[in-house]
Design a protein around this ligand. Sequence first.
Ligand SMILES: Cc1cc2nc3c(=O)[nH]c(=O)nc-3n(C[C@H](O)[C@H](O)[C@H](O)COP(=O)(O)O)c2cc1C
Length: 155
Amino acid sequence: MAESGPNPAELHQIFEAAVQASDHRLCRPWSFILIPPELAAAFADVLASAYMRRCQETGVPVSLQRCARESAKAFRAPVFLVVACRPLLDVPVPAHETVAAVPAATQNLLLAATALGFRSKWVTGPSCDGSGSQAGTGSRREGQHRRLRPPGNGA
Ligand SMILES: Cc1cc2nc3c(=O)[nH]c(=O)nc-3n(C[C@H](O)[C@H](O)[C@H](O)COP(=O)(O)O)c2cc1C
């Protein structure tokens, strides 16, 4: 197994694999956001802020321990890929088909990472909700977000 995250050439292969996914009418309903190691601290802040906002929205008291756990997630892997789905309404394809293309691309991406010798993990959950939009990625909270921890050996 590789000891660090993928280099640019490997990332290129990984993304190439992702965009070969079945995609009815080639809608390209995905966005990939790469978070390299040098942005881990900024990503940690995004995760912590998202946690605080969730607490605010739900009235749950903030736990500093929990907040620290959220931030720490940003250092669990050398590279994170956020996969966002943006269902398109103005295409002649049912919305569920455009949505289905995104996990297909995600799986391709994970398989490519594995083939290159990287460990990876597909992660969802509350810490994904809204983190993308907070990071300025243009993702919308009501969209479907999938946060990944490929490719890397620290998952
Ligand atoms: C859509 C989707 C969402 C997932 N979300 C999570 C998650 O939030 N946390 C988690 O531990 N595993 C999640 N998994 C499963 C992991 O990606 C992985 O397959 C599972 O943890 C087994 O991996 P392991 O053998 O390395 O533990 C998800 C899988 C899919 C397909």
